[in-house]
Design a protein around this ligand. Structure first.
Ligand code: NAD
Length: 500
């Protein structure tokens, strides 16, 4: 096993090895004997220092022309591409998802860099006619200031880039707190930003717990924006706390996503989609398919096809290219999965069609592995059909027609991603209109978002903000309306008009 590496925070332009709350370890979830690194555990002191530096730098960075800021982000994208393989391998080692998926995660960071860099030459506002002569009106996007970025572990590169690249292009500076399960990827990302030429104090990374570092960022009066991705439970706490200082809070939270398969669907295609949606990333995606809503006419056949294919999935260490499903990210996540399987078995007649157990023998002995698991006979109100499990567990529900399918799909507290497999164009359009979710796929799985379309959800999945696309700019800019009167005299709007 490799010797543990000591990682550092980057605060106020300096790499800092010590943390006011000591240190924490990061271990490989596929083999917990492998220590990926030892990290400083920071607290409010470090947050104060980071915010002060970011605030100072903001006054310089906001005046750098946006196309110049964007050049640095484009260069960061080039560096991510250059180091893609190393970054992806380290990511698999620290959080377990298979290499092809960590490569996809890094690629999403690259795509986001290039997309965000393009905004450096757009950042469009409006010009509008004024009601008075010799007067000009326009609206422009202004940066907001120091942005607090709090991120989860399941997309350790993609999610930080979704937030940090556009925020920097807009002229903001950043204090970044990554999840304690994935700090190594986060530190690598910050190294890349610095190598790309970002001014040192524009980015600060403060590793540590949610309670110590996260709360200090959320409470800080000099941080006007919080961009948070994580669980609905923590998101609600952050929004409540941030209300005290009237911060802008963008929340991207949990999901309970469903795939509908109608009786006219291409079943082979729909099985491919369900397998990938449910068991890709070990089910640890906010967009993972955790409910499968099957038309009664194809239900039994589809379940048989799916179980057969799911049986063949290879579980193991994601660094092995032939593995398709990695471990849960940590002990507590696997315990949660186990607990939900027990809940499912004890609930109203749900039956295990596949899996349901921890994998602990042989090659699995030192990791947090769990069998791909399928429940059938699930009813819409059961907890396994309502609550986010975040593991390789799929709940299958049976419906009689499209109206019922949409009703069942909508019947949760969340609204992130959704999918329908059908060859009927009318059914597809009705589903697109009636499904309550931020994302709907037709004849594709619930996962697979692209950076040029808005990403986010409705109901308990968020608070109305969207990441990716140009919509992310609304989180990281303030609108300013500007009136230029070149008449050389006092002109009074509205009053003059009324006076004729
Ligand atoms: P989490 O909510 O436990 O933690 C997310 C981040 O918040 C971490 O950095 C954590 O340290 C920090 N945190 C924890 N308590 C905090 C507090 N009181 N104050 C401030 N920060 C605090 O989530 P997780 O387990 O890392 O990630 C999984 C969750 O994230 C799932 O619910 C998943 O659906 C969600 N997620 C959502 C999206 C999306 O875009 N909608 C994307 C990925 C993940």
């Amino acid at each position: 096993m490799t010797e543990p590496v000591r990682f550092r925070n980057f605060i106020a332009g300096k790499w800092v090895e010590t943390g006011s709350k000591g240190t924490f370890e990061n271990r490989n979830p596929a083999d917990t004997r492998d220590v990926v690194g030892v990290f400083p555990s920071a607290g409010p002191e470090e947050v104060n220092e980071a915010v002060a530096a970011a605030k100072e730098e903001y006054q310089r960075w906001r005046l750098v022309p946006a196309p110049k800021r964007a050049e640095i982000i484009r260069h960061a994208g080039d560096l991510l591409a250059k180091h893609k393989e190393d970054i992806s391998r380290q990511m698999t080692r620290e959080m377990g998802k298979v290499l092809s998926e960590t490569r996809g995660d890094t690629q999403e960071g690259i795509d986001t860099a290039y997309y965000a860099a393009g905004e450096g030459r757009r950042l469009f506002g409006d010009t509008v006619p004024c009601e008075l002569p010799n007067k000009f009106g326009m609206s422009v996007r202004m940066p907001v200031g120091v942005c607090g970025m709090i991120t989860p572990w399941n997309f350790p590169m993609a999610i930080p880039t979704w937030k940090i690249f556009p925020a920097l292009v807009c002229g903001n500076t950043v204090v970044f707190k990554p999840a304690t399960d994935t700090p190594a990827t986060a530190v690598r990302f910050v190294e890349i930003l610095l190598e790309a030429g970002l001014p040192e104090k524009a980015i600060n990374i403060v590793c540590g717990s949610g309670g110590a570092v996260g709360n200090a960022i959320v409470d800080h009066p000099d941080v006007p924006v919080i961009s948070f991705t994580g669980s609905t439970e923590v998101g609600k706490k952050i929004a409540t706390r941030a209300g005290n200082t009237l911060k802008r809070v963008s929340l991207e939270l949990g999901g309970k996503n469903a795939q509908i398969v109608m009786d006219d669907a291409d079943l082979e295609l729909a099985v491919d989609g369900a397998l990938w949606g449910a068991f890709g990333t070990t089910g640890q995606r906010c967009t993972a398919t955790s409910r499968l809503i099957l038309h009664e006419k194809i239900h039994d056949k589809f379940v048989a096809m799916l179980v057969e294919r799911a049986k063949g999935l290879k579980v193991g260490n994601g660094l092995d290219e032939s593995v398709q499903v990695g471990p849960s990210v940590n002990e507590s996540q696997r315990a949660t999965v186990k607990q939900y399987v027990e809940i499912g078995q004890n609930e109203d007649k749900a039956t295990l069609a596949l899996g349901g157990k921890e994998l602990t023998a042989g090659e699995y002995a030192h990791g947090w592995f769990f069998e791909p698991t399928i429940f059938v006979g699930v009813k819409p109100k059961m907890r396994i059909a309502q609550e986010e499990i975040f593991g390789p567990v799929l709940s299958v529900l049976k419906i009689g027609d499209l109206d019922e399918a949409v009703r069942v799909l909508n019947d949760t507290a969340y609204g992130l991603s959704s999918s329908i497999y059908t060859r009927d164009v009318n059914a597809a359009f009705r589903a697109m209109r009636d499904i309550e979710a931020g994302i709907t796929y037709v004849n594709g799985p619930t996962i697979g978002a692209e950076v040029q379309l808005p990403f986010g959800g409705v109901k308990g999945t968020g608070n109305g903000h969207r990441e990716a696309s140009h919509t992310v700019l609304d989180t990281f800019t303030e609108w300013k309306s500007i009136y230029v009167d070149f008449s050389g005299k006092l002109q009074r709007a509205q009053i003059d008009v009324q006076a004729g």
